[in-house]
Ligand binder design. Structure first.
Ligand code: GLY
Length: 376
């Protein structure tokens, strides 16, 4: 539970009730879809477009956040329907990749942790097995993608590995945890820079695990700092700390958070990359929402004298984004606008609502409300 002042408590209560009111209107017309983006105020449907798409866990995850926070069965029902629809992705095995953690940990994983159902346990276990099978035991890393990218490791995977910590506990089998920790240890050396900024993609030697080359990936260029990648590192490392107690993971999360805060503390609205030309200004709200969740978890982990920095930064980001980017009109499906998938995508594709922006915005408010079931 956070010790919020009167104004921050009011903000949190107002946000939670706006989210619930809006979603009570959006959910009945969305059940049966798994949204990824929205266009002209209407969600798309990845059940038709691509059931293996990496973001397909966020809609059921959002439904579970709302269910835990309200106990309203419309959210439970929507989450369970999406979880069943996701089963079709297992039949497309060769299209799956490391993002099985994103896809199943917050969908079937949360369902299982809430209700203990066997089907949900099996789905989450298969996802954990697939992720573990991508581990390179010589290089000590989890490969991200398929085809010829055998040594490509991306910072995003820090958000996938919590499903391995779950499997380790569930099956009382430390192998899953060793894989997750070895991966996290490698990435601390290969992706996190001394100043707290983070590489998106590094190609590692498949035998030694030594870096061969790095790429800018979804950021501006090699050596720049893609803001959502910084957010994946903040939240990913504090989650690894929570699951293992290893101090270096918390220190890493704090170091990247300090860097992130230094890059946004002007207007608290995150650009898509923190090291890019001043113009054009390209925002990525999803980076802010995910970083805020990570900062709130850091605030829970540090001592009393340190908490304020992370709590206030998270609140400043959420408040600024709410003012500039949120839409509370319940005829519009999405909440948080101004998400950007990648710095170099076309101007028409930038600055749109993306499902994980809504997911992390809601998760941040859920945390501020004091709900303490950890979804990752
Ligand atoms: N995991 C891919 C992305 O953050 O866009």
């Amino acid at each position: 539970m956070f010790n919020l002042n009167e104004a921050d408590r009011k903000f949190t209560e107002e946000m939670w009730s706006k989210i619930d009111n809006k979603m009570k209107a959006v959910v009945p017309r969305t059940v049966g879809k798994i949204p990824s983006k929205s266009e002209n105020g209407k969600f798309d449907n990845m059940v038709e477009k691509d059931i293996t798409w990496w973001t397909n866990g966020f809609w059921p995850g959002m439904m579970w956040l709302l269910y835990v926070g309200t106990k309203n069965d419309i959210y439970k029902n929507a989450a369970e329907i999406a979880e069943e629809q996701l089963d079709a992705a297992f039949s497309e095995y060769d299209l799956l990749h490391h993002d099985v953690g994103f896809m199943w940990n917050i969908s079937s994983g949360v369902n299982y942790r809430l209700f203990g159902g066997k089907k949900s346990k099996v789905r989450t276990s298969i996802a954990a097995d697939i992720l573990a099978s991508r581990y390179n035991a010589s290089g000590k890393f989890i490969r991200a993608w398929n085809e010829d990218k055998v040594g490509w490791v991306i910072i995003d995977c820090m958000m996938n590995i919590p499903i391995l910590y779950w499997a380790s506990r569930e099956y009382n089998d430390p192998r899953f945890k060793y894989i997750a920790m070895n991966h996290a240890d490698t990435v601390m050396k290969t992706h996190i820079r001394p100043d707290g900024s983070v590489n998106h993609i590094v190609n590692l030697d498949t035998v030694t695990g030594e870096p061969i080359e790095s790429f800018g990936g979804q950021g501006y260029c090699d050596g720049s700092s893609w803001s959502r990648g910084q957010a994946w590192a903040i939240y990913g490392y504090v989650l690894s700390y929570i699951h293992t107690g290893k101090q270096e993971y918390l220190d890493t999360a704090k170091s990247v958070a300090h860097y992130f805060i230094s890059c946004v503390c002007g207007d608290w609205l995150p650009r898509a990359d923190f090291r890019c030309p001043d113009e054009p200004v390209i925002y990525d709200s999803t980076a802010g929402a995910c970083a805020a969740c990570g900062m709130l978890e850091i605030a829970r982990c540090v001592g009393e004298h340190e908490k304020k920095l992370y709590l206030n930064a998270a609140l400043n980001i959420l408040k600024a984004m709410e003012k500039e980017f949120c839409c509370w009109d319940d005829t519009v499906d999405s909440i948080l606008g101004m998400g950007t998938g990648a710095y170099h995508e076309s101007p028409q594709e930038r600055h749109t609502p993306i499902i994980y922006g809504d997911y992390f915005f809601i998760e941040a408010i859920y945390k501020l409300k004091g709900f303490d079931m950890l979804f990752w």
